[in-house]
Design a binder for this molecule. Structure first.
Ligand code: PRX
Length: 584
């Protein structure tokens, strides 16, 4: 992506907005994180707990009866929960966990659709002092097993259909002591498997006067697995302290105000769904919509109209799909409630930013961050002119840099590695039990993001690409190694190489090159069978959308698959010159 040819989209002076923006990015002099920390409530015992900041502080104060969550289920069900109810239910779940012997620092995983109980259980886990690991419900058995195994998870909270999907791997996890099943609204007529626990029975048996564990700001709270170029996904671990940056960026980058109805379309299986689908709105005491259904252009516009959404946080692939659905669709809905819209996860095309102006009444505000950063680091703010195609400017208190491979600052306007000065409040604190990998990310006095970018003369950052082979498909990072490993488990596959192939909607799709075992005939049926095999093992989000058969894979002398060469061939670039590739 290059600097856009679109004009800057200007903004009126800050006092001319109908709702005054929370941040004037040109006036952040004297900024101090201490001020933000003092806006948090803290625990009576002096500690800090994300569940207290997001739920209890409001339940104990004037927002007690304010709606925290408007839930619309996939079958059109509607349930509302006040902050007071969220507190009572998450207290109960924390009590149930203590009854089961859960202790501070235990890893407890959630494998659920976006039902209210996912949010209740999540905060119950934090209240019990344990670490919450939310999993994307579209995952197949292998990613679930890898994450539970690596983290030594003690407990899994899931639902009947998802439990069936992964039943084969549960016996392979010696550390897993309990499986709690939530059969939401009796959607399924199934009996519990032997040994499983019923969520509602556990809740009934739990005490109602749970006292939140006095965690410190440095204690671990959440882990999200993220993919790299090599090896299996790594568990990025965050501390309770991250709450302060999630709170601050909810104000600054999403411009949340007291009366907003906020909708974040991300699933809590990914970091956006916890940092911005739980923490940012609720630490700010804002009502949010949780929509369980999947993507459909008309259904999404209908959510905005029906629930009078004012602030909307979504992703480029979804925006491109809305664009593809056509400009007539939004015209059929009243979207006038919308006041601010933002996007994250992949590069947002300048065309998509501008399209927002006509279709939903405002441009999309792109922002940038990562699983490891825990919160937004760079953003187009409400009160700032947007440069379409740019990720905006760093948030107050965060220093971003563009450096060459020797950590010399790159000149303005030139590509380099995007780096961050360490110790921002929501910085990840470990890759679970992988200090070597963690330490390798901190070099030359910087945290190295793995992205390449440039900065312009006005201090706006422009994403240029990844510095490695990691694939970004529809906003999900996919490690090629993980997909290659799954492919070669198919009985007919000898070896496999996986790349990201540019795609107009998903940005990249996962494409595999496969060499078959001697004597195996290539066929469409076999190609489909291999695709299905990987889809069932991993997930549809990760499995290859295209497979090419080739006689053998290009490798280095040490036997490493040359993904860059595969990509050069795919893109029709000269094989000897791969310098124009993203990972070149
Ligand atoms: O490559 C960047 C891309 O997504 C990566 C982070 O992915 P993940 O850890 O899954 O976190 C997603 C939620 C923030 C980044 O290293 N990315 C993220 N935001 C943008 C982006 N690429 C371009 N523009 C963005 N605004």
């Amino acid at each position: 992506m290059t600097t856009s040819s679109f004009e800057t989209i200007g903004k009126p002076p800050i006092d001319q907005f109908e709702v005054k923006p929370n941040l004037n990015p040109d006036d952040v002099s004297g900024f101090d994180w201490q001020q933000l920390y003092s806006e948090l409530d803290w625990l009576p015992g002096g500690g800090l707990n994300k569940a207290h900041e997001a739920i209890d502080r409001h339940a104990n104060g004037p927002r007690r009866d304010k709606i925290a969550m408007i839930w619309e289920g996939k079958n059109g069900e509607r349930e509302d929960y006040t902050f007071g109810q969220m507190k009572r239910l998450s207290d109960k779940f924390a009590g149930a966990l203590q009854n089961l012997g859960v202790e501070t620092g235990d890893r407890l995983f959630l494998f659920l659709d976006r039902i209210p109980e996912l949010y209740i259980a999540f905060f119950g886990i934090l209240k019990a002092g344990a670490i919450a690991g939310p999993l994307f419900s579209a995952f197949g058995p292998d990613p679930v097993r890898d994450r539970l195994e690596d983290s030594g998870a003690k407990l899994l909270v899931t639902q009947p259909d998802l439990r069936r999907k992964v039943s084969g791997i549960l016996g392979q996890l010696p550390a897993l002591e309990h499986t709690i099943i939530i059969n939401k609204n009796n959607r399924e007529q199934t009996a519990l498997e032997a040994g499983d626990l019923d969520y509602y029975e556990q809740m009934d048996a739990a005490p109602s006067d749970f006292e939140i564990v006095n965690t410190s700001q440095y204690d671990y709270s959440i882990m999200h697995y993220t993919s790299g170029t090599t090896g299996k996904p790594k568990g990025a671990v965050h501390r309770h302290q991250a709450a302060v940056q999630q709170y601050a960026t909810g104000k600054w980058a999403l411009d949340l105000h007291e009366d907003d109805i906020y909708w974040c379309t991300a699933d809590p299986g990914w970091v956006t769904g916890t940092s911005y689908g739980m923490m940012a709105p609720w630490t700010n005491g804002v009502t949010q919509l949780i929509y369980e259904g999947g993507f459909r252009a008309s259904a999404w516009y209908e959510q905005i109209q029906k629930h009078k959404v004012t602030v909307w946080y979504t992703a480029p692939t979804a925006i491109r799909m809305l664009m593809k659905a056509g400009d007539d669709v939004p015209k059929r809905y009243d979207l006038s409630s919308l006041r601010f819209s933002a996007s994250v996860g992949e590069p947002l095309n300048p065309e998509a930013v501008v399209w927002g102006e006509g279709a939903i009444g405002m441009p999309f505000h792109d922002n940038w961050w990562q699983t490891e950063t825990g919160a937004i680091m760079c953003a187009n703010y409400a009160a700032m002119p947007i440069k379409p195609g740019s990720m905006g400017r760093p948030i107050p208190g965060v220093e971003l840099g563009i450096v060459d491979d020797d950590f010399n600052p790159a000149p303005v306007g030139e590509d380099g590695n995007l780096v961050v000065r360490p110790n921002w409040p929501s910085m990840f604190h470990a890759y679970w039990q992988n200090p070597t990998m963690y330490n390798s990310k901190f070099r030359g006095g910087w945290y190295v993001t793995g992205d390449r970018a440039r900065v312009d003369e006005d201090g706006y950052f422009w994403f240029q690409g990844r510095a490695d082979d990691v694939i970004n498909t529809a906003g999900h990072l996919v490690g090629p190694f993980e997909v290659e490993s799954a492919l070669i488990e198919h009985p007919d596959v000898a070896e496999a190489g996986v790349i990201g192939k540019p795609d107009p909607i998903a940005m990249e799709i996962v494409k595999a090159f496969v060499a078959l075992n001697d004597g195996v005939e290539e066929s469409t049926a076999l190609r489909n069978d291999i695709m299905r095999f990987v889809r069932e093992k991993l997930s549809t989000a990760v499995a290859p959308r295209e497979i090419d058969f080739i006689p053998s894979l290009p490798k280095t002398r040490s036997g490493k698959i040359m993904r860059r060469l595969l990509k050069a061939r795919e893109l029709g670039l000269p094989e000897g010159d791969t310098s124009t590739l993203e990972d070149g």
